[in-house]
Write a protein that binds this ligand. Structure first.
Ligand SMILES: Cc1cc2nc3c(=O)[nH]c(=O)nc-3n(C[C@H](O)[C@H](O)[C@H](O)COP(=O)(O)O)c2cc1C
Length: 188
């Protein structure tokens, strides 16, 4: 089974990129295959609502989203980490989410994949829960199965994330919950 990690930060090697690497290391140690999408290393333009994907055709925007479609479809689990920008996810991550409408219009291709979310803010209470909720909304609208950290909503951290011990525990609990649920789904 495969888990894809998406970092929604434009900062290469920043808190979210590093956290997604850590989440995927944990998943690999548990025997999962992994794949990642770093927004910081990708070029993904916003959706222009041209409607072409609703006719079953390829998205006409030629950028890195063409590879992301394949990675999303191949995954069994999806973990997304976003910086909090003005109380919600980054514009770059929202562009990826909006472009994923093709997968919904062409047969709900993300349906029943298991999803989980993490948010990192500069402040302790900077909008992490709301950011996670917005990521969950994307997952629900795709018909995904959404999990939290086992007690609350997902990974909630303050920058610098590596020093936020309490927050790091919520992220580790979140990836473990995602792995647990995927393993349970494999049972007869
Ligand atoms: C435009 C902008 C808006 C931000 N808004 C918030 C905010 O509303 N709440 C908050 O806690 N942090 C806010 N921050 C801080 C970022 O969340 C923080 O720098 C980020 O999580 C660091 O992750 P990175 O190193 O992966 O980019 C903002 C940063 C920027 C650049």
């Amino acid at each position: 089974m495969k888990i894809i990690g998406i970092s929604g930060s434009p900062v290469a090697g920043g808190n979210n990129d590093k956290l997604i690497e850590k989440m995927l290391d944990i998943a690999e140690a548990r025997g999962f295959g992994t794949e990642k999408v770093l927004i910081s290393a990708s070029r993904i333009a916003p959706c222009t609502a041209c409607g072409v994907c609703g006719k079953g055709e390829k998205c006409p925007i030629e950028d890195d989203m063409q590879h992301v479609y394949h990675k999303l479809v191949e995954a069994d689990g999806i973990i997304v980490s976003s910086p909090v920008y003005f109380g919600t996810m980054t514009a770059q991550l929202k562009a990826l989410f909006d472009r994923s409408v093709l997968l919904r219009r062409q047969g709900f291709k993300l349906s029943n994949k298991v999803g989980a979310a993490i948010a990192i803010g500069g402040s302790r209470n900077g909008g992490q829960e709301k950011t996670i909720q917005s990521i969950h909304e994307w997952m629900h609208i795709h018909g995904m199965i959404v999990v939290g950290d086992g007690g609350h909503f997902g990974g909630i951290l303050r920058k610098p994330a590596a020093e936020d011990e309490e927050g790091m525990k919520t992220a580790v609990d979140t990836i473990n919950k995602l792995c647990d649920v995927l393993q349970m789904m494999k049972l007869p």
